[in-house]
Ligand binder design. Structure first.
Ligand code: ADP
Length: 591
């Protein structure tokens, strides 16, 4: 059985099913122990012609055999079949329910984890928590309850019956079991550790496979297939070794159990035979005693299986617990307000920011104001802090109090949901789901219809491309949208944001993969359709933002200047230099 903070409640939640299973188990165990009594009657009846039945000596004939041996045996068999069926359904069924519940809980928790968490923890590892580890916990829950109670119930009932027959023989029988319990406890501890290592090795393998498949284009382009294969083999061997290591210990435990069981059989035969010899036992009683012992062999085996399983279950539950206990580091404070009707004013006041766990400020004393309805460009070299600024508007990371304001409210005082609900963001990594183009666009706004998707696609200048696909808007995109070009992907992502017609629209280098003509069309469409709404366009290219109402020019995490293109060109030497440099680069590209 497995216990822990994240599983205990399910014993209570499914207690009614588990209790039904337990009742079935008691029934099975009770009837199972009737069989040795029937053995005794058959052996003694065949030996002497008489059997002791209800305190009287009865003749052992065909009628007795049919009425008192065969008929009860049939009843026992029916009870066993029915009972075993019922406990299987109850125990294993509830284990599957627990697995589903925990998986839902894990997914819900994962959704609330910050972006930082996903940057630190790899997807492959998380996938193995959702599959391998969860299955282990499920197995441990269902089979664990069964084995624990079966071992306890059948073991106790059989021992009581054995004790009543001969306490001395019972003591001889149970003595080796104490050593077994000791050995099993020690080995069990080392097995938990080994299972943890095995799961870690498996996670590494999953991580690697996942990254390899995602980055297959890069691997092929650089002809690194062999290198990848060798690296995979290395991880696979590590996985194999940890598996073998665990299996070795598990096998050792099984050998131990078998050894003890066999040695106990020797003791029963030796001492029991002696009891028959001195007439303290008859042959039927010795067979009955062996029958009881046979009945507890499975529980004894179950104990070793239980230790093995619990060790694995504990290790896997610990890993799952680490995920479930991971802090939602970007979360609403208890007293936040839900801000309705956001107008789109954004203000940064002396914001200095560094990423969690790092030593360097990536933004220093950043201050600016974006008024509702303004079209603003944030421009600067790659790595200057532009994405960080927009991430902070959307509260992707925590921001210090009194530094970022939406409509005059400190973002720490309003719910994250209200800020994100009022915004639409097109990130640099234009992730598209493996779904139709229409569903990808409508993803951002559930109340939308196909017409809205078409309208948004037209604004993002991708409608004509989509119409050219055989299936049009029903074209299913491959994983990460690989069946469309980079530029099309960007424009489908822009459509997805535009369909919401948000109060605040943020495009992060979202037109970098489209040609200048298309870029112009999209920017003009934005200007004409977003009157009165705030639009922020992040770019490392000045030409993309030069027609915006206002440009925030950043360099090395600092706001260098704010103004229109002409103002900055005339008044800010760094901006002037960058404009000329980019013009030169463009001319070189044309040549
Ligand atoms: P830009 O968008 O202008 O290219 P970014 O805002 O992405 O720049 O990055 C600014 C700086 O912050 C860079 O030095 C980058 O390495 C660093 N940075 C970005 N993301 C993270 C992160 N998640 N953790 C730590 N540092 C980061």
């Amino acid at each position: 059985m497995i216990f822990g903070k994240h599983i205990n409640r399910y014993y209570l939640k499914y207690s009614y099913i588990l209790l039904l299973g337990l009742a079935a188990l008691i029934l099975v165990d009770y009837f199972q122990l009737k069989i040795p009594e029937l053995y005794k009657m058959v052996i003694n009846g065949m030996n002497t012609g008489y059997v002791e039945f209800n305190g009287q000596a009865e003749t052992f004939d065909i009628d007795f055999l049919l009425d008192n041996i065969c008929l009860p045996l049939i009843i026992v068999i029916i009870a066993l079949v029915f009972g075993r069926f019922l406990w299987r359904i109850c125990f294993f069924g509830s284990a599957i329910k627990v697995e589903t519940d925990i998986r839902n809980k894990m997914f819900a928790h994962c959704k609330n984890l910050s972006q930082q968490y996903y940057q630190v923890n790899k997807v492959g590892n998380m996938m193995s928590l959702f599959t391998n580890d969860l299955e282990t916990v499920q197995e441990c829950f269902g089979s664990g309850i069964l084995m624990f109670f079966d071992a306890a119930l059948l073991g106790c009932m059989a021992i009581i019956k054995m004790w009543r027959m001969d306490w001395m023989l019972t003591c001889f029988t149970l003595l080796p079991m104490i050593f077994l319990a000791l050995a099993a406890t020690i080995v069990g501890k080392s097995m938990t550790k080994k299972w943890e290592l095995r799961q870690e090795a498996f996670s590494d393998l999953s991580d690697f496979s996942q990254e390899s498949f995602s980055g297959i284009a890069v691997i092929k382009a650089f002809v690194k297939e062999t290198k990848e294969l060798l690296a995979f083999k290395k991880l696979n061997i590590k996985n194999e070794n940890t598996n073998i290591d665990f299996t070795k210990t598990a096998t050792l435990l099984r050998i131990f159990v078998t050894l003890f069981v066999e040695s106990v059989i020797c003791i029963i035969l030796g001492y029991g035979g002696y009891l028959v010899y001195i007439d303290s036992f008859d042959a039927g009683e010795l067979v009955e005693f062996i029958g009881y012992f046979n009945a507890i062999v499975w529980p004894i085996m179950a104990v070793s299986e239980l230790i093995d399983m619990t060790s694995r279950g504990k290790a896997s539950l610990k890993r799952i617990g680490e995920l479930l206990d991971s802090k939602q580091d970007v979360a609403d404070a208890p007293d936040v307000i839900e801000l309705k009707d956001i107008k789109g004013k954004i203000e940064f006041r002396n914001l200095t920011f560094r990423y969690p766990g790092t030593e360097r400020d990536v933004l220093t004393n950043v201050s600016f104001t974006i008024n509702p309805g303004e079209n603003v460009g944030i421009v600067g070299k790659t790595g200057s802090g532009k994405t960080t600024i927009v991430d902070l508007i959307l509260r992707t990371y925590n921001v210090p109090e009194g530094t970022v304001f939406i409509d005059g409210y400190d973002v720490n005082k309003i719910s994250i949901h209200s800020v994100r609900e009022a915004s639409a963001y097109v990130p640099q990594d234009n992730f598209l789901f493996s779904d139709t183009i229409e569903n990808n666009i409508r993803f951002a706004y559930e109340g939308s219809d196909k017409d809205a998707a078409v309208k948004a696609a037209k604004l993002a200048d991708v409608h004509d491309n989509i119409a050219e696909f055989k299936e049009g808007y029903n074209t299913v995109l491959g994983e990460r949208g690989v069946t469309v070009s980079g530029g099309q992907k960007q424009r489908i992502s822009i459509s997805r944001a535009l369909i919401r017609d948000p109060v605040i629209l943020i495009l992060d280098d979202s037109v970098s993969a489209v040609d200048t003509k298309t870029e112009k069309v999209i920017l003009e469409n934005l200007k004409s359709t977003r009157a009165g709404k705030t639009t922020i366009l992040v770019s490392h290219r000045i030409s993309t933002v030069e027609n915006m109402d206002k440009i925030i020019f950043v360099d090395d995490g600092k706001v260098i200047a704010i103004g229109t293109h002409d103002e900055l060109y005339n008044e800010c030497p760094a901006y002037y230099k960058m404009v000329n440099l980019q013009k030169l680069e463009d001319e070189e590209d044309i040549d």
